[in-house]
Design a protein around this ligand. Structure first.
Ligand code: SAH
Ligand code: SF4
Length: 351
């Protein structure tokens, strides 16, 4: 058994390859480059879990592939379905770590929220994931396998990298995963329907922009450095002015907008003054603002805002001609907010 495990570990995980990477790998085996597209379609469009599924490849070729590489997949350890249809999967990884992904069905779309790290090093004070610290980055295959796991049963139209972790702190794996999501031979999801959310790693925002065209969401969450320093320690390294400048310089295709995420926390960042400062900060940048009610969790003293202050905040932004939506809390009955299922599993000692 141990021997088998070591052998398996030595094989390349084929889902860590972008299409180009797979082409190079196949050329190294003396195979034709075009085979990479066939294999990609099997993996990401037809959900193959074994090389034997790939019936348009010769038996000999399949055998060779399976000697050199392996196909990994994630099987949910636990599935929870909310009354509103939100579906949450908890996955156990090969090293025993756990991560989660959430599917949010809406009338005209179905959005999958994907994790990029086990835990998170950013330590935002309002975020449950932040309390776990960072255990490790997810590999490219662990990121794309979250999508594969839903694909057999659910239609996925949009992907957001807003689960556990800070995607821009794991660009080496996140960029190949984004390439697989948007590849015409991969998951075939339009770059307009893929969004990367960041707490504001300024140099990496630039790197992302030059590596691939996808949507950017920035978790701003405050309107003064004093406030943001308290909520998000990353602000001490990249204060608001630098972050806003990075947004201004982010290469946006025509008519696309940056999403500004703003978690409203009662008495901390939800005043009318905050709304005014927010409008000033965002002036001249093509943005849409997502107002998010703070989701309370055990061990955190912050409170969700009063409906009145949410309404006042929302109306002021609208009045100033900003595109704004207040996100309805989805999946509250299954604790679908960032990090909550994993926390519950850990508390109940299942992991
Ligand atoms: N690390 C990235 C992406 C994951 S966090 C980022 O910070 O953008 C995804 C979103 O969840 C962020 O906008 C964050 O501000 C928000 N969030 C975290 N904890 C929350 C909570 N308790 N209630 C509501 N939103 C929360
Ligand atoms: Fe990490 Fe995002 Fe949570 Fe901050 S909000 S701790 S960056 S996951």
């Amino acid at each position: 058994m141990k021997g088998f495990f070591i052998q398996a570990m030595e094989k390349v995980d084929i889902k860590n390859f972008t299409l180009e990477g797979l082409e190079t790998f196949l050329l190294g085996l003396g195979k034709e480059k075009y085979r990479a597209k066939q294999i990609f379609k099997w993996l990401y469009q037809r959900g193959a879990t074994s090389f034997d599924d790939m019936t348009n490849l010769s038996k000999e070729f399949r055998r060779e592939l399976s000697l050199k590489s392996r196909i990994t997949s994630l099987v949910p350890e636990k599935i929870e379905i909310s009354r509103d249809g939100t579906k949450k999967y908890l996955f156990m990884l090969e090293d025993g770590s756990s991560i989660e992904s959430v599917l949010i069905p809406e009338e005209d779309r179905a959005t999958l929220c994907v994790s990029t790290q086990v835990g998170c090093a950013m330590g935002c004070r309002f975020c449950l994931t932040g309390t776990f610290n960072l255990k490790r980055n997810l590999s490219c295959s662990e990121i794309v396998n979250q999508i594969c796991a839903f694909q057999g049963t659910d239609r996925i139209t949009n992907i957001v990298l807003m689960g556990m972790g800070e995607p821009l702190a794991n660009l080496d794996n996140v960029i190949p995963a984004l390439k697989i999501m948007t590849c015409p031979d991969g998951f075939q999801i339009s770059t307009r329907r893929v969004t990367v959310s960041t707490s504001g790693l300024v140099p990496e925002i630039e790197k992302l922009g030059s590596a691939i065209t996808v949507n950017l969401a920035v978790s701003l969450n405050a309107t003064t450095d004093q406030q943001r320093d308290q909520l998000m320690p990353i602000n001490r390294t990249y204060p608001i002015a630098k972050l806003i400048a990075a947004c201004r310089n982010f290469p946006l295709p025509n008519r696309r907008m940056i999403t500004i995420e703003y978690v409203l926390v009662r008495g901390i960042n939800d005043s009318f003054e905050d709304a005014k400062r927010l409008v000033k900060l965002l002036k001249g940048i093509p943005v849409k603002v997502n107002l998010i009610r703070f989701n309370e969790f055990e061990g955190c003293d912050f409170k969700t805002p009063e409906q009145d202050s949410i309404d006042r905040f929302h109306s002021y932004l609208l009045e100033k001609n900003l595109t704004v939506i207040t996100r309805a809390s989805r999946g509250a009955d299954i604790s679908a907010a960032c990090g909550q299922l994993r926390a519950r599993m850990e508390k109940s000692d299942i992991h």
